[in-house]
Design a protein around this ligand. Structure first.
Ligand code: ADP
Ligand code: MG
Length: 463
């Protein structure tokens, strides 16, 4: 009938507006390269902050001793203890605990957040066995993975530029997050030193290097999205310090804040951005990462319900609640292989209280998941192509020798297989057959914690 035709018209329009033909993806990759150059040239030269990480050496594998890591960057935070065996010893032991962050702390005060974290860290240490006791006078050392934009001032200090991913704690912005954590640890009576402050991308790069020697970049696709890579120190005009001995410097791109006129943005993206905690910021992240994919689909469905009675005469009230449709729900529906789409039916019932959606309706819901996830994953692939171009790995100089590994982590990439498959296929399509053979994406599961501990080890006071 007429309403259905109207709904189909809206889906078709969404499909067109979200289109990511190869030509467009190449334009996105080229724009990324241009912005990378601009961000490296001067502070504030680009939407891409291209932050200097102060990590000029990735792990060698010789790291040795007991180290801790704390990973804060999304909905959960993790505390990790690793025992590194040194040369040929490898990773002797690794234990962690994961705690979710109470939502009120994500928008409260700096002290409240850091007190909570330090208390969990103290609990973890109180529970550990005697074998982990340190000799008197020796402090425990910690790598702190903090996955928000930080302007580093050294390997173990840096000020918070701004929050992302739903965090908003005003009194922490502009503060040294290591000093904040250190003070909170003191308040807990915890004798511990932060030896390295790293972004999760930098941690993943370091952790990835421990397993794969050809790692050149790391990408996170979780709640948010970001990337880091190894840059030539001479290619960083804004770096005025001494050139590192290695000649290299890891750059935290903060690629989530990338934006370009080539990005396929729809009215739904603009509306979501306008109503977000950080309007005008993190536009790339809002297209590709887990926090937002479900919300985009919710907005499309809402408009279809309002303007084309897609779910019948009344608009399901639940559909009006922002972020009620989460990306894990999206992937569950997208991966529904049952002939009558029972998972989709159940999700619509459980989340939106929509009962008896026709099979036709369920199919359209899956199609919308596909449109939004496909756009996101293809754009993420274009971002990766941008990095490979910047470091000259998008062509092959030596077919036998050249190997390029990208360490990948994040719940979105890990669990949303339609998304990750599409990303890998798109990257291969962009690179062509020959170059593709030299490139591999390796899932570095929770590599950032290990990476932070490794960097704490290489920056230990007791070396
Ligand atoms: P964070 O990014 O918060 O540090 P993770 O890397 O574990 O943590 O990613 C969690 C995110 O991954 C979630 O916010 C969600 O967007 C996404 N995610 C988790 N599980 C799934 C799933 N089954 N399908 C799709 N996305 C998922
Ligand atoms: Mg994370």
């Amino acid at each position: 009938d007429r309403r259905w035709a109207k709904a189909m018209e809206m889906v078709k329009e969404m499909q067109e507006k979200c289109g990511t033909p190869i030509g467009k993806l190449k334009q996105v990759a080229d724009a990324m390269v241009v912005e990378m150059h601009a961000g490296l040239a001067s502070e504030g030269g680009s939407k891409l902050k291209m932050l200097i990480s102060y990590v000029d050496n990735l792990p060698s594998g010789d790291e040795k001793g007991l180290f801790y890591a704390l990973d804060l960057g999304g909905t959960n935070f993790r505390v990790l203890r690793v025992q590194l065996g040194g040369k040929d010893g490898g990773l002797v032991n690794q234990e962690f605990t994961e705690v979710s962050i109470p939502p009120n702390l994500m928008i409260g005060t700096s002290d409240a957040l850091f007190d909570y974290i330090a208390a969990e860290l103290a609990k973890f240490i109180a529970q550990e066995g005697q074998e982990f006791e340190l000799p008197p006078g020796k402090q425990r050392e910690l790598g702190f993975t903090f996955s928000f934009p930080v302007m580093q001032t050294s390997i173990a200090s840096g000020t918070l530029v701004r929050w992302t991913k739903g965090f908003s704690i005003d009194d922490a912005v502009g503060q040294d997050v290591v000093a904040e954590l250190t003070r909170a640890m003191k308040r807990q009576g915890l004798d511990m030193r932060v030896s390295a402050l790293v972004n999760d991308t930098v941690g993943t790069l370091a952790g990835g290097k421990y397993s794969y020697k050809d790692v050149v970049a790391a990408v996170i696709l979780g709640t948010g999205s970001n990337a880091a890579y190894v840059e030539h120190a001479q290619a960083i005009p804004k770096w005025h310090g001494d050139l590192p001995k290695s000649g290299e410097m890891v750059i935290n791109m903060e690629w989530g804040n990338f934006r370009s006129s080539h990005l396929p943005l729809t009215e739904y993206d603009h509306a979501m951005d306008n109503e977000s905690l950080n309007p005008g910021e993190q536009i790339f992240e809002k297209l590709i990462s887990g926090m937002y994919l479900g919300e985009i689909v919710r907005r499309v469905l809402l408009k279809m319900a309002e303007e084309a009675a897609f779910f019948g005469d009344i608009v399901p009230p639940k559909l009006k609640i922002p972020f009620i449709l989460r990306t894990p729900d999206l992937s569950a529906m997208h991966h529904d292989t049952s002939s009558d789409l029972i998972v989709v039916d159940k999700k619509l019932k459980d989340i939106l209280e929509v009962s008896n959606a026709s099979l036709q309706t369920r199919k359209v819901v899956v199609e919308l998941c596909n449109i939004v996830a496909t756009r996101g994953s293809r754009l993420a692939a274009a971002g990766i192509l941008g990095i490979l171009k910047k470091i000259g790995r998008d062509t092959v100089k030596d077919m036998d020798e050249q190997k390029t590994v990208i360490a990948m982590d994040g719940g979105l990439f890990e669990h949303y297989s339609e998304y990750s498959k599409c990303l890998e296929n798109t990257l291969n399509e962009l690179l062509g057959e020959e170059v593709s053979k030299t490139i591999s994406i390796e899932h570095a599961n929770d590599g950032s914690g290990l990476g932070a501990a490794l960097l704490a080890a290489s920056h230990s006071l007791y070396l």
